[in-house]
Write a protein that binds this ligand. Sequence first.
Ligand code: ADP
Ligand code: MG
Length: 450
Amino acid sequence: MEDSTEKLLNDVKEYCKKDFVAMMYNLLIEPLNIYAYLDNQIILTIPSSEQKNMLQTEHYETLENAFSILTNKKCELTIIEEKEIPIYASIISNYKQENITKEEYSKTHLNKDYTFNNFVVGESNRLAFATAQAIAKQPSSIYNPLFIYGGPGLGKTHLMHAIGNKIIEVNPKLNVLYVTSEQFLNELVNSIKDRGEKSKIFRNKYRNIDIFLMDDVQFLSGKEAAQLELYNTFNELHQNKKQVVFSADKPPKDIPILEERLRSRFTWGVLVDIGQPDYETRLAILKKKTEQKNIIVDEHILSVIAEKINTNIRDLEGVLNKVVISASLIEAPITIEIVEKAINEISLQRENIKTPDLIINIVANYFNIKPEEIYSSKKSNKIVFPRQIAMYLCRKELSLPYQKISAIFKKKDHTTIMHAEKKIEDEIEMDINTKLIVESVKNILNNQTY
Ligand code: ADP
Ligand code: MG
């Protein structure tokens, strides 16, 4: 430590004596060290996590005040445990370094358009936003892992990228990786095909990450090998104090066919949910999006869209884009008629996109079998159950007549379809796993629309 830093630390300790009773002083202030002093950012170390938490939650302001007074400028403190020093070492050594190159950035799989700055905060997402920000500010400290859950189109993916983008902005050399669980699974499958080199590359890649962001883990339901690999990856990262963030469309307890030990890892840190935005938030989001696109839309029009679209933010954006495009095509101002037409088109488009093929593909993917097996006449349980779910969804989601579905599944007799529909209906009532599976597949199906 430089002399001046040492002097500052001694001065601060002296100054704090008046604010702390002796016992607290000995416990929390005396053992402090300054690990780094960068502009107004000061990183302090303390031996244990208990001391760190106490100082952080109960005395942060007093301590920060002492530093600010004695340095004559507003200081920001980061308190870390001594064993966290290796993580911060890379941050410090890269402090004030150039931003990362485009090529390095593309390896993170981050999307630069998703940031904290353009995320609109309302009641429904306030906690998730605050937690995400806290993690970006101090990775690998209190919330590890973070698990964000909520329905489709509500901003989970946006927040995950925002965490990654913020961390990279501050510490360009940290190794950040964003993947969907589907990409993880595909890479794993590819690496297993060739047992030698590729598996090694896969493991090296995933075990050498500082910040691991994995989106949509519900997709790993029923995928045993991927769950095992993720479990091992997580343990390794967590042990090495690397930050992990997961997202899913539901809380861990509701994800079907998930290994208990992985489920328990998901809940080790903190769980936060994102709910549906209220009217004010929806309106604020529309305003923000028009600002970003640099277009002017009458407030009244925005309020009509915000009123009518109450499902999710992806739908809100979809309608707004459609309205703006339609109006610019006819070179006319945006009217209520244009808005209504756009809303109708979007719901129609959604219906049209869902096809039996799509349902069968999603179900097959979900159960890790081939679509052809669903179409086949194989009778093994592994195939029959997914096939019945696919039949059931063709009825419920597409409202197709029995005859038509039996033709698709090459059944002579449409009673097979009626039987499947009834069986799955009953099972949904009786068996929580079936209920959750059907919900998950429906979610994936309804998420594909844009
Ligand atoms: P999810 O991952 O939960 O399905 P996304 O993060 O993909 O949802 O969000 C869908 C779209 O809505 C994205 O374009 C995202 O930028 C936007 N969005 C979601 N929440 C917000 C928000 N609070 N403020 C601004 N845009 C948002
Ligand atoms: Mg998403």
